[in-house]
Every structure is written in structure tokens, then in C-alpha cells.
Design a protein around this ligand. Structure first.
Ligand code: ADP
Ligand code: MG
Length: 255
């Protein structure tokens, strides 16, 4: 078997006319997006606007009611698709397995698929934990960690497969400001080092405007605008300005 973790090139993502209903309620109402290889693409929008549902479709965890998603031009529901690409998602909750240690969680994919010798897996696990500021915590259990630490373990687990596409769902929520900066730096570093494509869903304005090549604003299941951080800031659409202003105010309030 070839070693899929040796892949180093980010993939492109195409979303076309994506619609999703839950209990007859439209959650995604025709979403179109194009993400370029190696790009950091941030999706911002209010709570309940469909951000997590959109990410789940991109990684194949939800099936569209209409529309299609392709990666490098290939439909994600095609045969053998998931074996071909390395996709990772950092869930908002972390989604760690509580009965496994931190080290086992981070190395899970590599050991399950017997891709590398155990010693090499241990080295990768140690390296990824160090990257997210959790050096030497391999033997801890998730129940012994804070919310922010769990989130960082989830990021380390995603990094362990050297993904070509990494989806982050609110990666800085529950983190203190300093760790939020570390995560932002990590997202940027990965882009440079392994040319990974990153899609980041976040409310965190500092993160969004700090790391994004482009930003999409989603509102009630529709994309209102896509552009560079400067273009989004200058967009006169009242809903966008209101959303950004509310975020600014919230931040001032917290500080
Ligand atoms: N599995 C599901 N079943 C029913 N409703 C869902 C499901 N997942 C999400 N929703 C609903 O879809 C809407 C968008 O959810 P979500 O994508 O999680 O929003 P957010 O932008 O905050 O991430 C919400 O109203 C949510 O309640
Ligand atoms: Mg969400």
C-alpha cells in the first residue's frame, strides 16, 4: 500500500448549488464556493447560519438534498474517493475518544491503517502534540484535559495524517487569546509547510482577518459575499456590516 500521508499538495474544493433541509426547514439554500489549492478560506456567519452543516457536507458526513461537492474536480461520492485524499476535520467539540489516551487519539488513524511502524507513529504523535503546545501529554486521558486542551488534541490528530484539506470548525472557541494566536499561527505555518488547503469556520474576527486569503460570509444558508479580508471589510451590504460591527462590539466588551 502506498503511503497516503506522504501527500503534500493541497486540493481544490468546488461546491455547487448545495441545498440541505432538516425537517422541511431549509438550512443550506444553494451554496456555491470555490476554494483554491493551498488557500486559507474562512467562512464567517452568525450562529445557526449553516456553517457546521456546510463543513460536514464537504467531508462527506452529510448527504446533499441537491447540488454537488467536488475535490480537485472529482465528485466526493465517487468510488474510492475517501481513500484517495487525506481530509481531516477538527470538530468544534473535539470529538476525542474518551477511552483512549491523548497519544492514542492523535495516532489513531495511523495505527488503525498500519501505515507506519509504531516507533514512527510515536514520533509523529510527539511532534504534533508539541506543535499545539501539549508536549509530553501522550499518556493523559481526555477527561483530564480542559476544553481548550481537548481542542488542541483534536488539531494534533488532524495534523497527524498530513492532510491535503483540513476543515476547522470554530478552532479558537474555548481557547484563551494567547492559545488562539498559537492556533492561528499554526494554520498559517501549515499552509507554508505542507501547502494544505484550509477551510476555517469561525466567529473569531481576529482569526478570520488574520489568517484568511479569502472570506465568505454566510447568512441563513446563503453566501452573501466572498472576497479578500479588505474586500469584505469594505462591502457595503448592511447585513455584512452589521455582522462585522456586532463582532467588533462584542470584542470591545470582552476586553
Ligand atoms: N442533524 C440535524 N438535524 C436537524 N437540524 C439540524 C441538524 N444539523 C443542523 N441542524 C440545524 O441547521 C441549522 C444550522 O446549523 P449549523 O450548521 O450547526 O449552524 P452554525 O452556523 O452555527 O454552525 C440550525 O438551525 C441547526 O439546528
Ligand atoms: Mg457550528
Amino acid at each position: 500500500m502506498s503511503d497516503p500521508t506522504s501527500a503534500r499538495d493541497g486540493v481544490s474544493v468546488q461546491v455547487r448549488g448545495l441545498r440541505k433541509y432538516f425537517h422541511g426547514q431549509a438550512v443550506l439554500q444553494g451554496v456555491d464556493l470555490d476554494v483554491s489549492p493551498g488557500e486559507i478560506f474562512v467562512i464567517m456567519g452568525p450562529s445557526g447560519s449553516g456553517k457546521t452543516v456546510l463543513l460536514k457536507h464537504i467531508i462527506g458526513l452529510e448527504i446533499p438534498d441537491a447540488g454537488a461537492i467536488s475535490i480537485d474536480g472529482q465528485s466526493i461520492d465517487g468510488p474510492g474517493f475517501m481513500a484517495k485524499y487525506r481530509l481531516a476535520m477538527v470538530f468544534q467539540s473535539g470529538a476525542l475518544l474518551n477511552s483512549l489516551t491523548v497519544g492514542e487519539n492523535v495516532g489513531l488513524y495511523l495505527s488503525e491503517h498500519r501505515i507506519k511502524p509504531e516507533k514512527e507513529i510515536a514520533r509523529i504523535v510527539a511532534e504534533k502534540l508539541e506543535l499545539v503546545g501539549l508536549k509530553g501529554l501522550e499518556m493523559r486521558l481526555p477527561s483530564e484535559l480542559s476544553g481548550g486542551m481537548k481542542k488542541r488534541v483534536a488539531i494534533a490528530r488532524a495534523l497527524a495524517i498530513e492532510p491535503q484539506l483540513i476543515l476547522y470548525d470554530e478552532p479558537t472557541s474555548e481557547l484563551d487569546p494567547l492559545m488562539a494566536v498559537t492556533i492561528a499561527e499554526e494554520i498559517l505555518k501549515l499552509k507554508q509547510r505542507i501547502h494544505v488547503t484550509s477551510i476555517v469556520v469561525s466567529h473569531d474576527r481576529d482569526l478570520a482577518f488574520g489568517v484568511a486569503d479569502r472570506i465568505a460570509i454566510i447568512h441563513e444558508g446563503k453566501i452573501l459575499a466572498v472576497g479578500s479580508p479588505e474586500e469584505i471589510k469594505a462591502n457595503p451590504e448592511p447585513i455584512i456590516q452589521q455582522f462585522l460591527t456586532v463582532e467588533f462590539k462584542k470584542e470591545k466588551f470582552i476586553l
